[in-house]
Design a protein around this ligand. Structure first.
Ligand code: DSN
Length: 420
Protein backbone atom coordinates (compact mmCIF):
# COMPACT_ATOMS: atom_id res chain seq x y z
CA UNK A 1 0.00 0.00 0.00
CA UNK A 2 1.01 3.60 -0.49
CA UNK A 3 3.28 4.64 2.38
CA UNK A 4 4.03 8.26 1.56
CA UNK A 5 1.81 11.18 0.61
CA UNK A 6 4.42 13.65 -0.68
CA UNK A 7 2.07 16.36 -1.99
CA UNK A 8 -0.06 16.40 1.14
CA UNK A 9 3.05 16.22 3.34
CA UNK A 10 4.38 19.39 1.76
CA UNK A 11 1.15 21.31 1.98
CA UNK A 12 -0.57 19.86 5.02
CA UNK A 13 1.73 17.75 7.22
CA UNK A 14 -0.99 17.25 9.80
CA UNK A 15 -3.28 15.44 7.35
CA UNK A 16 -0.34 13.58 5.76
CA UNK A 17 0.59 12.18 9.16
CA UNK A 18 -2.99 10.98 9.69
CA UNK A 19 -3.04 9.30 6.28
CA UNK A 20 0.28 7.58 6.94
CA UNK A 21 -0.93 6.42 10.33
CA UNK A 22 -4.16 4.98 8.92
CA UNK A 23 -2.31 3.28 6.05
CA UNK A 24 0.07 1.66 8.53
CA UNK A 25 -2.84 0.64 10.75
CA UNK A 26 -4.50 -1.10 7.81
CA UNK A 27 -1.21 -2.93 7.06
CA UNK A 28 -0.49 -3.96 10.62
CA UNK A 29 -3.83 -5.19 11.94
CA UNK A 30 -6.09 -8.11 11.12
CA UNK A 31 -9.18 -6.41 9.69
CA UNK A 32 -12.30 -8.45 10.29
CA UNK A 33 -15.04 -5.84 9.87
CA UNK A 34 -17.35 -7.70 7.51
CA UNK A 35 -18.15 -4.65 5.39
CA UNK A 36 -14.50 -3.65 4.80
CA UNK A 37 -11.88 -4.70 2.28
CA UNK A 38 -8.69 -3.52 0.57
CA UNK A 39 -9.06 -2.13 -2.95
CA UNK A 40 -6.37 -2.46 -5.61
CA UNK A 41 -3.98 0.37 -6.34
CA UNK A 42 -5.79 0.73 -9.68
CA UNK A 43 -9.11 1.40 -7.92
CA UNK A 44 -7.37 3.84 -5.54
CA UNK A 45 -5.77 5.64 -8.47
CA UNK A 46 -9.15 6.04 -10.13
CA UNK A 47 -10.80 7.40 -6.99
CA UNK A 48 -7.96 9.89 -6.50
CA UNK A 49 -8.03 11.06 -10.11
CA UNK A 50 -8.91 14.52 -11.51
CA UNK A 51 -12.38 13.16 -12.27
CA UNK A 52 -13.25 14.54 -8.85
CA UNK A 53 -13.08 17.98 -10.46
CA UNK A 54 -15.92 17.42 -12.90
CA UNK A 55 -19.64 18.07 -12.54
CA UNK A 56 -21.95 15.86 -14.62
CA UNK A 57 -25.56 16.21 -13.53
CA UNK A 58 -27.75 14.06 -15.74
CA UNK A 59 -26.99 10.81 -17.52
CA UNK A 60 -24.65 9.87 -20.38
CA UNK A 61 -25.28 12.06 -23.43
CA UNK A 62 -28.06 13.88 -21.52
CA UNK A 63 -26.17 16.26 -19.22
CA UNK A 64 -26.81 19.69 -17.86
CA UNK A 65 -23.16 20.78 -18.19
CA UNK A 66 -20.74 20.70 -21.09
CA UNK A 67 -17.33 19.03 -21.15
CA UNK A 68 -18.61 15.48 -20.79
CA UNK A 69 -16.79 13.78 -23.66
CA UNK A 70 -14.82 11.59 -21.24
CA UNK A 71 -17.40 11.22 -18.48
CA UNK A 72 -20.15 10.08 -20.86
CA UNK A 73 -17.94 7.30 -22.22
CA UNK A 74 -16.76 6.34 -18.73
CA UNK A 75 -20.23 6.19 -17.15
CA UNK A 76 -21.57 4.19 -20.11
CA UNK A 77 -18.66 1.76 -19.80
CA UNK A 78 -19.27 1.39 -16.04
CA UNK A 79 -22.97 0.73 -16.64
CA UNK A 80 -22.20 -1.91 -19.28
CA UNK A 81 -19.67 -3.61 -16.99
CA UNK A 82 -22.14 -3.62 -14.08
CA UNK A 83 -24.87 -5.12 -16.29
CA UNK A 84 -22.54 -7.79 -17.65
CA UNK A 85 -21.13 -8.68 -14.22
CA UNK A 86 -24.55 -9.28 -12.69
CA UNK A 87 -26.64 -10.10 -15.76
CA UNK A 88 -28.84 -7.08 -15.12
CA UNK A 89 -31.07 -5.34 -17.64
CA UNK A 90 -30.37 -1.85 -16.30
CA UNK A 91 -27.81 -0.30 -13.97
CA UNK A 92 -27.61 3.10 -12.33
CA UNK A 93 -24.09 3.66 -10.99
CA UNK A 94 -24.62 7.11 -9.51
CA UNK A 95 -25.84 6.45 -5.91
CA UNK A 96 -23.40 7.96 -3.41
CA UNK A 97 -23.56 4.97 -1.09
CA UNK A 98 -25.75 2.15 0.16
CA UNK A 99 -28.18 4.10 2.34
CA UNK A 100 -28.97 6.68 -0.37
CA UNK A 101 -29.33 3.84 -2.89
CA UNK A 102 -31.94 2.17 -0.70
CA UNK A 103 -33.86 5.41 -0.16
CA UNK A 104 -33.74 6.03 -3.92
CA UNK A 105 -35.08 2.56 -4.68
CA UNK A 106 -37.97 3.16 -2.27
CA UNK A 107 -38.58 6.53 -3.89
CA UNK A 108 -38.79 4.87 -7.30
CA UNK A 109 -41.31 2.22 -6.32
CA UNK A 110 -43.32 3.68 -3.43
CA UNK A 111 -45.44 6.61 -2.35
CA UNK A 112 -45.05 8.05 1.17
CA UNK A 113 -47.06 5.95 3.61
CA UNK A 114 -46.77 2.71 1.61
CA UNK A 115 -45.77 -0.39 3.54
CA UNK A 116 -42.36 -2.01 3.32
CA UNK A 117 -41.54 -5.39 4.83
CA UNK A 118 -37.85 -5.74 5.70
CA UNK A 119 -35.60 -7.67 8.00
CA UNK A 120 -35.39 -6.38 11.55
CA UNK A 121 -32.09 -4.67 12.38
CA UNK A 122 -31.28 -6.69 15.52
CA UNK A 123 -31.99 -9.84 13.53
CA UNK A 124 -29.46 -8.94 10.83
CA UNK A 125 -31.16 -6.30 8.68
CA UNK A 126 -29.89 -2.80 7.95
CA UNK A 127 -31.04 0.55 9.37
CA UNK A 128 -32.50 1.51 5.99
CA UNK A 129 -34.59 -1.67 5.83
CA UNK A 130 -37.24 0.14 7.88
CA UNK A 131 -35.68 0.28 11.35
CA UNK A 132 -37.37 2.78 13.63
CA UNK A 133 -34.59 5.41 13.78
CA UNK A 134 -34.09 5.43 10.00
CA UNK A 135 -35.85 7.77 7.58
CA UNK A 136 -37.03 4.59 5.86
CA UNK A 137 -39.52 4.11 8.70
CA UNK A 138 -40.54 7.78 8.76
CA UNK A 139 -41.71 8.08 5.19
CA UNK A 140 -42.97 4.53 4.78
CA UNK A 141 -44.93 2.25 7.05
CA UNK A 142 -42.39 -0.29 8.14
CA UNK A 143 -43.08 -3.85 9.15
CA UNK A 144 -40.09 -5.97 10.12
CA UNK A 145 -39.69 -9.71 9.84
CA UNK A 146 -37.70 -11.56 12.48
CA UNK A 147 -35.54 -14.61 12.07
CA UNK A 148 -36.58 -17.89 13.60
CA UNK A 149 -36.03 -18.01 17.35
CA UNK A 150 -34.85 -21.64 17.33
CA UNK A 151 -32.67 -21.80 14.22
CA UNK A 152 -31.77 -18.10 13.95
CA UNK A 153 -32.37 -18.55 10.22
CA UNK A 154 -34.89 -16.90 7.98
CA UNK A 155 -38.23 -18.62 8.27
CA UNK A 156 -40.05 -18.10 4.99
CA UNK A 157 -43.35 -19.20 6.51
CA UNK A 158 -43.10 -16.27 8.96
CA UNK A 159 -42.22 -13.87 6.16
CA UNK A 160 -45.22 -15.15 4.16
CA UNK A 161 -47.56 -14.81 7.13
CA UNK A 162 -46.43 -11.24 7.82
CA UNK A 163 -46.66 -10.35 4.13
CA UNK A 164 -50.22 -11.64 3.95
CA UNK A 165 -51.10 -9.69 7.06
CA UNK A 166 -49.52 -6.31 6.23
CA UNK A 167 -49.85 -6.44 2.42
CA UNK A 168 -46.62 -4.56 1.72
CA UNK A 169 -46.04 -2.72 -1.52
CA UNK A 170 -42.42 -3.79 -1.34
CA UNK A 171 -40.63 -6.70 0.30
CA UNK A 172 -36.98 -6.28 1.04
CA UNK A 173 -34.53 -9.16 1.23
CA UNK A 174 -30.91 -8.70 2.23
CA UNK A 175 -28.93 -8.21 5.40
CA UNK A 176 -25.93 -6.75 7.16
CA UNK A 177 -25.40 -9.53 9.67
CA UNK A 178 -26.90 -12.75 8.35
CA UNK A 179 -24.41 -15.59 7.83
CA UNK A 180 -26.53 -17.84 5.62
CA UNK A 181 -27.58 -18.02 1.99
CA UNK A 182 -30.75 -16.08 1.28
CA UNK A 183 -33.37 -17.84 -0.82
CA UNK A 184 -34.32 -15.10 -3.26
CA UNK A 185 -36.64 -17.40 -5.22
CA UNK A 186 -38.70 -17.94 -2.05
CA UNK A 187 -38.89 -14.18 -1.45
CA UNK A 188 -40.04 -13.68 -5.05
CA UNK A 189 -42.77 -16.26 -4.61
CA UNK A 190 -44.11 -14.44 -1.56
CA UNK A 191 -43.83 -11.04 -3.24
CA UNK A 192 -45.87 -12.39 -6.17
CA UNK A 193 -48.45 -13.91 -3.85
CA UNK A 194 -49.15 -10.56 -2.16
CA UNK A 195 -48.59 -8.37 -5.22
CA UNK A 196 -45.48 -6.66 -3.82
CA UNK A 197 -42.30 -5.54 -5.50
CA UNK A 198 -39.22 -7.50 -4.49
CA UNK A 199 -36.18 -5.41 -3.61
CA UNK A 200 -32.88 -7.02 -2.65
CA UNK A 201 -30.06 -5.21 -0.87
CA UNK A 202 -27.07 -7.39 -1.72
CA UNK A 203 -24.43 -4.98 -0.36
CA UNK A 204 -22.67 -7.52 1.82
CA UNK A 205 -22.66 -10.39 -0.63
CA UNK A 206 -22.27 -8.59 -3.99
CA UNK A 207 -18.71 -9.87 -4.43
CA UNK A 208 -19.81 -13.40 -3.65
CA UNK A 209 -22.63 -13.10 -6.18
CA UNK A 210 -20.19 -11.76 -8.80
CA UNK A 211 -17.85 -14.66 -8.05
CA UNK A 212 -20.70 -17.17 -8.35
CA UNK A 213 -20.45 -18.42 -4.76
CA UNK A 214 -23.83 -17.02 -3.63
CA UNK A 215 -27.05 -17.27 -5.69
CA UNK A 216 -27.81 -14.07 -7.53
CA UNK A 217 -30.92 -12.05 -6.66
CA UNK A 218 -30.93 -10.38 -10.08
CA UNK A 219 -33.20 -12.89 -11.88
CA UNK A 220 -35.80 -12.61 -9.10
CA UNK A 221 -35.83 -9.04 -7.86
CA UNK A 222 -37.52 -6.05 -9.44
CA UNK A 223 -34.72 -3.94 -8.04
CA UNK A 224 -31.35 -4.72 -6.47
CA UNK A 225 -29.22 -2.25 -4.55
CA UNK A 226 -25.63 -2.73 -3.54
CA UNK A 227 -22.65 -0.89 -2.26
CA UNK A 228 -19.51 -1.47 -4.27
CA UNK A 229 -16.92 -1.58 -1.49
CA UNK A 230 -17.60 -4.65 0.63
CA UNK A 231 -16.97 -8.12 -0.79
CA UNK A 232 -17.13 -6.55 -4.27
CA UNK A 233 -13.83 -4.76 -3.47
CA UNK A 234 -14.50 -1.51 -5.29
CA UNK A 235 -14.65 2.15 -4.23
CA UNK A 236 -17.01 3.57 -1.61
CA UNK A 237 -20.16 3.90 -3.69
CA UNK A 238 -23.32 2.10 -4.70
CA UNK A 239 -25.49 1.13 -7.62
CA UNK A 240 -29.03 0.11 -8.40
CA UNK A 241 -29.82 -2.72 -10.81
CA UNK A 242 -33.31 -3.25 -12.15
CA UNK A 243 -35.43 -4.64 -14.93
CA UNK A 244 -35.52 -2.46 -18.04
CA UNK A 245 -39.19 -1.63 -17.42
CA UNK A 246 -38.20 0.26 -14.26
CA UNK A 247 -35.11 1.97 -15.67
CA UNK A 248 -36.72 5.36 -16.11
CA UNK A 249 -38.21 5.58 -12.64
CA UNK A 250 -35.04 4.33 -10.98
CA UNK A 251 -32.91 6.84 -12.87
CA UNK A 252 -35.16 9.76 -12.03
CA UNK A 253 -35.33 8.65 -8.38
CA UNK A 254 -31.54 9.00 -8.22
CA UNK A 255 -31.27 12.20 -10.26
CA UNK A 256 -32.94 14.66 -10.00
CA UNK A 257 -35.09 13.40 -7.10
CA UNK A 258 -32.45 12.59 -4.51
CA UNK A 259 -28.99 13.47 -5.77
CA UNK A 260 -27.05 16.08 -7.69
CA UNK A 261 -23.95 15.36 -9.74
CA UNK A 262 -22.50 11.86 -9.72
CA UNK A 263 -19.07 11.36 -8.17
CA UNK A 264 -17.18 10.67 -11.38
CA UNK A 265 -13.98 9.61 -9.63
CA UNK A 266 -16.03 6.93 -7.86
CA UNK A 267 -17.59 5.90 -11.17
CA UNK A 268 -14.06 5.38 -12.54
CA UNK A 269 -13.17 3.29 -9.48
CA UNK A 270 -16.28 1.18 -10.05
CA UNK A 271 -15.39 0.59 -13.71
CA UNK A 272 -11.94 -0.66 -12.70
CA UNK A 273 -13.33 -2.79 -9.85
CA UNK A 274 -16.02 -4.34 -12.09
CA UNK A 275 -13.36 -5.35 -14.61
CA UNK A 276 -11.38 -6.92 -11.77
CA UNK A 277 -14.50 -8.67 -10.48
CA UNK A 278 -15.16 -10.23 -13.90
CA UNK A 279 -11.79 -12.01 -13.81
CA UNK A 280 -11.12 -15.64 -12.97
CA UNK A 281 -8.88 -14.57 -10.12
CA UNK A 282 -11.82 -12.73 -8.54
CA UNK A 283 -13.87 -15.94 -8.77
CA UNK A 284 -11.05 -17.69 -6.92
CA UNK A 285 -11.04 -14.85 -4.38
CA UNK A 286 -14.80 -15.25 -3.77
CA UNK A 287 -14.37 -18.97 -3.19
CA UNK A 288 -11.50 -18.33 -0.79
CA UNK A 289 -13.53 -15.72 1.15
CA UNK A 290 -16.19 -18.37 1.81
CA UNK A 291 -13.63 -21.10 2.60
CA UNK A 292 -11.79 -18.81 5.00
CA UNK A 293 -14.98 -17.85 6.83
CA UNK A 294 -15.86 -21.55 7.08
CA UNK A 295 -12.42 -22.39 8.52
CA UNK A 296 -12.70 -19.58 11.07
CA UNK A 297 -16.20 -20.75 12.02
CA UNK A 298 -15.06 -24.35 12.32
CA UNK A 299 -12.21 -23.49 14.68
CA UNK A 300 -14.39 -21.14 16.76
CA UNK A 301 -16.97 -23.91 17.15
CA UNK A 302 -14.25 -26.33 18.27
CA UNK A 303 -13.23 -23.76 20.88
CA UNK A 304 -16.76 -23.67 22.27
CA UNK A 305 -18.02 -20.46 20.71
CA UNK A 306 -21.70 -20.13 20.01
CA UNK A 307 -22.13 -19.00 16.40
CA UNK A 308 -25.47 -17.60 15.33
CA UNK A 309 -27.01 -20.30 13.05
CA UNK A 310 -24.14 -22.61 14.00
CA UNK A 311 -21.79 -21.45 11.23
CA UNK A 312 -21.68 -19.54 7.98
CA UNK A 313 -22.33 -19.90 4.25
CA UNK A 314 -20.88 -16.53 3.32
CA UNK A 315 -18.14 -14.14 4.46
CA UNK A 316 -19.46 -13.33 7.91
CA UNK A 317 -19.73 -14.87 11.32
CA UNK A 318 -21.77 -13.66 14.25
CA UNK A 319 -20.54 -14.85 17.65
CA UNK A 320 -23.05 -14.85 20.47
CA UNK A 321 -20.88 -14.40 23.56
CA UNK A 322 -23.60 -15.02 26.11
CA UNK A 323 -22.57 -18.63 26.76
CA UNK A 324 -19.18 -17.28 27.81
CA UNK A 325 -20.75 -14.60 29.98
CA UNK A 326 -19.12 -11.89 27.90
CA UNK A 327 -20.29 -8.75 26.10
CA UNK A 328 -19.42 -7.58 22.59
CA UNK A 329 -17.92 -4.16 23.37
CA UNK A 330 -15.24 -5.17 25.90
CA UNK A 331 -14.22 -8.10 23.71
CA UNK A 332 -14.06 -5.99 20.53
CA UNK A 333 -11.98 -3.43 22.48
CA UNK A 334 -9.60 -6.09 23.84
CA UNK A 335 -9.27 -7.60 20.35
CA UNK A 336 -8.48 -4.18 18.91
CA UNK A 337 -5.68 -3.75 21.47
CA UNK A 338 -4.32 -7.08 20.23
CA UNK A 339 -4.50 -5.84 16.62
CA UNK A 340 -7.65 -7.71 15.57
CA UNK A 341 -10.34 -5.28 14.47
CA UNK A 342 -14.01 -6.24 14.37
CA UNK A 343 -17.28 -4.73 15.59
CA UNK A 344 -19.58 -5.54 18.44
CA UNK A 345 -23.01 -6.54 17.20
CA UNK A 346 -26.46 -7.32 18.48
CA UNK A 347 -27.43 -10.96 18.22
CA UNK A 348 -30.92 -12.20 17.35
CA UNK A 349 -33.25 -12.09 20.35
CA UNK A 350 -30.71 -9.84 22.04
CA UNK A 351 -31.01 -9.57 25.79
CA UNK A 352 -28.53 -6.69 26.09
CA UNK A 353 -28.89 -3.09 24.89
CA UNK A 354 -28.11 -1.90 21.34
CA UNK A 355 -25.11 0.03 22.70
CA UNK A 356 -24.02 -2.90 24.85
CA UNK A 357 -24.72 -5.91 22.66
CA UNK A 358 -23.92 -9.57 23.25
CA UNK A 359 -22.06 -10.38 20.08
CA UNK A 360 -19.21 -9.63 17.74
CA UNK A 361 -19.31 -9.82 13.95
CA UNK A 362 -16.32 -11.10 11.98
CA UNK A 363 -15.78 -11.09 8.22
CA UNK A 364 -13.22 -12.74 5.95
CA UNK A 365 -13.22 -10.39 2.92
CA UNK A 366 -10.29 -8.11 3.81
CA UNK A 367 -7.92 -10.74 5.23
CA UNK A 368 -8.57 -12.95 2.20
CA UNK A 369 -7.52 -10.09 -0.07
CA UNK A 370 -4.15 -9.99 1.66
CA UNK A 371 -3.75 -13.75 1.20
CA UNK A 372 -4.70 -15.25 4.54
CA UNK A 373 -5.62 -18.92 4.30
CA UNK A 374 -7.05 -21.62 6.51
CA UNK A 375 -4.00 -21.66 8.83
CA UNK A 376 -4.28 -17.95 9.56
CA UNK A 377 -8.07 -18.18 10.04
CA UNK A 378 -7.59 -20.89 12.66
CA UNK A 379 -4.94 -18.73 14.30
CA UNK A 380 -7.44 -15.85 14.47
CA UNK A 381 -9.95 -18.15 16.17
CA UNK A 382 -7.36 -19.16 18.75
CA UNK A 383 -6.31 -15.55 19.37
CA UNK A 384 -9.99 -14.66 19.84
CA UNK A 385 -10.36 -17.50 22.30
CA UNK A 386 -7.32 -16.44 24.31
CA UNK A 387 -8.59 -12.86 24.45
CA UNK A 388 -12.05 -13.99 25.55
CA UNK A 389 -10.49 -16.00 28.36
CA UNK A 390 -8.48 -13.03 29.60
CA UNK A 391 -9.74 -9.78 28.03
CA UNK A 392 -7.82 -7.62 30.47
CA UNK A 393 -4.62 -9.64 30.47
CA UNK A 394 -1.98 -7.22 29.29
CA UNK A 395 0.68 -9.89 28.79
CA UNK A 396 -1.63 -12.01 26.59
CA UNK A 397 -2.75 -9.01 24.59
CA UNK A 398 0.73 -7.70 23.93
CA UNK A 399 1.99 -11.16 22.95
CA UNK A 400 -0.91 -11.58 20.50
CA UNK A 401 -0.29 -8.08 19.17
CA UNK A 402 3.28 -9.12 18.30
CA UNK A 403 2.08 -12.33 16.66
CA UNK A 404 -0.52 -10.36 14.69
CA UNK A 405 2.17 -8.00 13.42
CA UNK A 406 4.36 -10.91 12.37
CA UNK A 407 1.52 -12.53 10.43
CA UNK A 408 0.55 -9.21 8.85
CA UNK A 409 4.17 -8.64 7.80
CA UNK A 410 4.10 -12.01 6.00
CA UNK A 411 0.96 -10.98 4.09
CA UNK A 412 1.59 -7.44 2.80
CA UNK A 413 -1.47 -5.83 1.27
CA UNK A 414 -1.03 -6.39 -2.49
CA UNK A 415 -1.24 -3.49 -4.94
CA UNK A 416 -2.50 -5.65 -7.77
CA UNK A 417 -5.44 -7.89 -7.08
CA UNK A 418 -6.07 -9.67 -10.34
CA UNK A 419 -3.69 -11.78 -12.34
CA UNK A 420 -5.73 -12.31 -15.51
N1 DSN B 1 -22.81 -0.51 8.25
C1 DSN B 1 -22.46 -1.44 7.22
C2 DSN B 1 -21.98 -2.72 7.81
O1 DSN B 1 -20.98 -2.70 8.47
O2 DSN B 1 -22.59 -3.76 7.61
C3 DSN B 1 -23.58 -1.65 6.31
O3 DSN B 1 -23.94 -0.46 5.75
Amino acid sequence: MQKEYPFIAKQDPEVAELLKKETLRQENVVRLIASENYVSKAVLEATGSPLTNKYSEGYPYRRYYKGQEVIDVLESLTIERAKALFGAEHANVQPYSGSPANMEAYYAFLEPGDTILGMSLPHGGHLTHGWKVSASSRFYKSVQYPIDEKTNRLNMATVRELAKECKPKLILAGASAYPRIIDFAAFKEIADEVGAYLMVDMAHIAGLVAAGVHPSPVPYADVVTTTTHKTLRGPRGAMILCKEQYAKKVDSAVFPANQGGPHNHTTAGMAVAFKEAASDSFKAYGRKVVENAAALADELLKLGFNLVTGGTDNHLILIDLRNKNLKGNPIATAMEKAGIVCNSNTVPYETGKAMDPSGIRLGSAAVTTRGFGEKEMRLIANWTNEICKDPEGEATISRIRKEVEEVCASFPVPDTLVSD
